[in-house]
Design a protein. Structure first.
Lengths: 229, 299
């Protein structure tokens, strides 16, 4: 098996409260994993650890063969270039156009003008908002803004895509569209991890589900099986 | 290319977003640096004045009344062949009396009563440019004083010493005030950058999440600090120039100091450039201090 993400006996405490408690998990390349659990279960903490934004108090985290806990500060940006992130609040720059927002990961890497134009156009087309490339994100609907956020996350071809409550601000119809988009991205070979506590999303995705409850990892399985059980 | 454009655009956007703070920072920096500039201007002009005075200093070698003409001629030859001497002019007793009468016609009757001409013959000596420092002049005067036939060697040593001392104090004051006010400029610009960091914290967060390095995030803020410093120092030079010209005009109008205004000079172009570069450096230092103290967020 080819694990792209590994957490080995990872624990994290905030003021003596365990956000993650002895979590060991392995995610293979090309997997689509649902990270479930109620608010405060430790889902966001786990995702933040995968991009080096949090460090565990115990244990080790490996992403794409690199030990994140041992990375130097200066190496973390390079890890983040391989891991795309999608947020519940989209985090788009309102003063920049949709095109410029999506181009941002390529700009920070110093990609050529030609590459930027080609890749941004492809990413916007993939999420279906290429016709809005010159608009400000503020003029878009919530669903469209989340598509732009996804385009930005995939524009430089990440090996892993992390989404933290990506449908938290969307209605059921838009939620369904975004889920389909994630499935499509996963079908192209990108490992996708979606953290959610939305039961609608859980029902829509019949993939491997990992559940956290108060920082403790529950035995995982396919959601459909769990629902049936 | 787009990366460079992005950095420049971000720096410009920072300044535009916090327009009022930016303007206040530039103005405060300009006035702060102008205060330093006043001392610097005073220092530069006093140094120039000291230079002119030094150039103009003549050493009077008074001869004993009883000196034999042959000894006087030998002395003149001796002085002329001295490598430290640039020029020697002999002034006889009669010439000295004539000059005194010409310079002080009202007081010339004072000498009438004495009968004999009391003024000594003398050599007016100009030292070579390389030997016009107070130390060189003092050494030379002491040496000549010992020569046979020489009654006294006189020059404006006190004047030169006072001026040198004054320049020393002004230099010290300029350094002290300069350091203090430069620190103030660094703090002002540092605070502006800190505000810019605070205003744009969400954007910085986004940049970090897409893999921007610390350097990439920080460069626009360094650039902003440098630009603030450069504008502030350029403006301070403008303020100083206007102030300087007004002062010179006043001197001219006052009449009492007529002639002095022609001797006053503003900073040479090279020093103006150096001051703008120094201002840029102070601005950059403000950004560095700010980014080191508060950082641009967690990496």
């Amino acid at each position: 098996m080819d694990a792209i993400i590994q957490l080995i006996h990872v624990s994290k405490w905030y003021d003596r409260r365990a956000a993650l408690s002895d979590v060991t998990i392995e995610i293979e390349k090309g997997d689509f994993v649902l990270l479930m659990g109620p608010s405060g279960a430790g889902k966001s903490t786990l995702l933040r650890m995968l991009i080096g934004e949090e460090q565990p108090d115990e244990g080790q985290v490996f992403v794409h063969g690199r030990n994140v806990t041992k990375l130097k500060q200066s190496e973390i940006p390079y890890l983040r270039r391989k891991v795309g992130s999608v947020f519940q609040d989209f985090r788009l720059l309102s003063k920049k156009s949709v095109f410029d927002n999506v181009a941002l990961p390529l700009v920070v890497q110093g990609a050529s003008e030609k590459d930027i134009r080609r890749k941004v156009t492809e990413a916007l087309r993939a999420v279906g908002v290429d016709h809005k490339k010159d608009q400000s994100p503020n003029s878009l609907s919530a669903g469209e803004q989340q598509r732009v956020c996804i385009a930005r996350a995939i524009v430089n071809g990440p090996v892993v895509l992390l989404a933290d409550e990506p449908t938290g601000n969307l209605d059921p119809e838009r939620t369904g569209e975004i889920i389909e988009l994630f499935k499509l991205i996963n079908a192209r070979g990108t490992t996708v991890i979606v953290a959610t506590h939305d039961p609608y999303v859980m029902k829509q995705i019949n993939r491997r589900a990992v559940t956290l409850v108060q920082g403790v990892l529950m035995p995982d399985g396919r959601l459909a099986e769990r629902v049936e059980v | 290319m787009r990366r460079l454009l992005y950095i420049v655009r971000e720096a410009w956007a920072n300044m535009r977003t916090n327009r009022t703070t930016t303007i206040v920072a530039i103005l405060t920096t300009a006035f702060t640096l102008a205060c330093v500039g006043i001392f610097l201007l005073l220092y530069v002009n006093l140094r120039n004045a000291a230079g002119w005075l030094q150039e103009d200093v003549k050493i009077m070698v008074y001869l004993e009344d009883a000196v034999h003409p042959a000894r006087r001629q030998a002395l003149e030859q001796e002085l002329k062949s001295d490598r430290m001497v640039f020029g020697v002019l002999f002034i006889s007793k009669e010439q000295a009396l004539g000059e005194f009468r010409a310079q002080f016609p009202a007081e010339s009757h004072l000498l009438e009563g004495l009968g004999e001409n009391p003024l000594p013959a003398s050599f007016v000596v100009t030292l070579a440019p390389n030997y016009r420092s107070p130390q060189s002049m003092k050494g030379w005067a002491e040496r000549v004083q010992m020569m046979e036939g020489v009654a006294k060697v006189d020059y404006n040593q006190d004047w030169i010493n006072v001026l040198a001392e004054l320049i020393g104090y002004i230099e010290l004051a300029a350094i002290g005030v300069g350091m203090l006010l430069s620190a103030a400029s660094v703090t002002i610009i540092g605070n502006t950058i800190r505000l810019a960091l605070f205003t744009r914290r969400e954007e910085i967060e986004i940049l970090r999440s897409v893999g921007a390095t610390r350097t990439f995030i920080r460069i626009p803020y360094f650039l902003e600090g440098a630009v603030l410093g450069a504008f502030g120092s350029a403006l301070s030079l403008g303020i100083l120039k206007i102030g300087f010209e007004l002062f010179r005009q006043q001197m001219q109008l006052a009449g009492r100091f007529s002639g002095i205004e022609g001797l006053l000079s503003f900073f040479p172009f090279s020093l103006c450039i150096a001051l703008v570069v120094a201002g840029t450096g102070l601005g950059l230092a403000g950004s560095v201090v700010s980014l080191l103290r508060v950082g641009e967020g967690r990496a």
